[in-house]
Design a binder for this molecule. Structure first.
Ligand code: UD2
Ligand code: MN
Length: 330
């Protein structure tokens, strides 16, 4: 059985996906997609690669595992060929939600051009581009396994509202569309470009990216919201890493819980006349403190262009595009 959504305009020759069924209830989504036994027992091609040894860590200069045993992705710690071979057996579809509202349409080409090349190269990816100006989406030739869906959204006068409302739009779209269309979902800022591969090492149940601005700071000088009046408040003395809202994701059901909870916090703050210090990023940080990510992306996965690159950052996989904040947000 095939299923298509007529409300989404298909830009790069989409084909209908087989139906996925993720059941919604109040707090969680349960994936009831049947496992194909042929997939489970299929024989892997022989691979040749250096043997891992328990007494020879791949890197000793960085933290490879959080205290709750979530692996942290760093260049030099994984073998992409092994990961790709394992992942290919699953036939997953990954969705990427990104927004280009008002002047941010100028970033679409750089984002999509680089993501087409470097994001989950060789794997099935659906890019979902939310914009108020669908006519400005450039027609781009994407790799056969990549598809672009453009979805029209309204604009808001304040840039903070555009940024914060992403949580609501993503949560709603999971309920109406994505639970049938994709297995994993990532939200990414549009004002970024990719320079190196971002592969299946990012795939896990709940994934956060450690901010490149604050990865060495003690928790009490990080940018968490500390005012107790805000729903995003994190009490002083608490906090793990500072996570960037520009890149997070996970299974459809976990991203549903995250975006729904964060937007609830935003809505309650609005009702109480308060706005968290870093908008939805503050709410995301609160959520990920109490719902620990199952995998962390090191700052390689969101390296800010303005920062000098220390030795531990061996590759810059993704970076923000320099922008005149006042001009682009006006
Ligand atoms: C690196 C990082 O931590 N980034 C966060 C930081 O970002 P930034 O300063 O990078 O925020 P930003 O200006 O990129 O806005 C976030 C995103 O919202 C969308 N957008 C925003 C304004 C607009 O007029 N049109 C539009 O489409 C667009 O997808 C953009 O990438 O703070 C923001 C809110 O305070 C968000 O939490 C960002 O994720
Ligand atoms: Mn940004």
């Amino acid at each position: 059985m095939l299923f298509c959504f007529p409300s989404i305009s298909h830009i790069s020759q989409p084909s209908c996906q087989p139906v996925r069924q993720v059941d919604l209830d109040e707090t969680s989504l349960v994936i009831s997609r049947q496992t194909d036994l042929n997939e489970t027992f299929s024989v892997l091609p022989r691979m040749s690669y250096p043997q891992p040894f328990v007494d020879k860590p791949q890197r000793t200069d960085v933290l490879l595992m959080s205290p709750w045993l979530a692996p942290i992705m760093w260049e030099g710690t994984f073998n992409r060929d092994i990961l790709n071979a394992q992942y290919r057996q699953k036939n997953f579809v990954v969705g990427v939600a990104t927004f280009a509202v008002k002047k941010y349409v100028r970033f679409i080409e750089g984002f999509l051009g680089s993501a087409n090349k470097f994001f989950l190269s060789g794997h099935r990816v659906n890019f979902y581009l939310f914009t108020d100006q669908p006519e400005k989406v450039p027609s781009m030739k994407l790799a056969p396994e990549k598809k672009l869906f453009t979805i029209t959204v309204q604009s808001y006068s304040r840039w903070q509202d555009i940024s914060m409302n992403r949580m609501d739009i993503i949560s709603n779209h999971i309920r109406t569309h994505w639970r049938y269309e994709v297995d994993y979902l990532y939200s990414m800022d549009i004002d970024v470009q990719m320079f190196e591969h971002i592969g299946v090492e990012i795939i896990d149940t709940l994934v956060g990216t450690i901010s490149s601005w604050q990865y060495t700071k003690p928790r009490d000088s990080n940018s968490y919201e500390r005012r107790p009046e805000s729903r995003a408040a994190i009490p002083s003395g608490e906090g793990d890493f500072y996570y960037a809202a520009s890149f997070y994701g996970g299974s459809v059901s976990e991203v549903y819980k995250l975006t729904t909870a964060c937007f609830k916090g935003v809505t309650e703050d609005r009702a109480n006349g308060i706005e968290a210090k870093w908008h939805e990023e503050s709410h995301l940080n609160k959520y990920l403190l109490y719902h620990k990510p199952t995998r962390l992306l090191s700052p390689e996965y969101y390296w800010d262009e303005e920062l000098p690159r220390p030795q531990i950052i061996r590759v810059k996989r993704l970076s923000s595009v320099r922008k005149d904040l006042k001009e682009v947000r006006s």
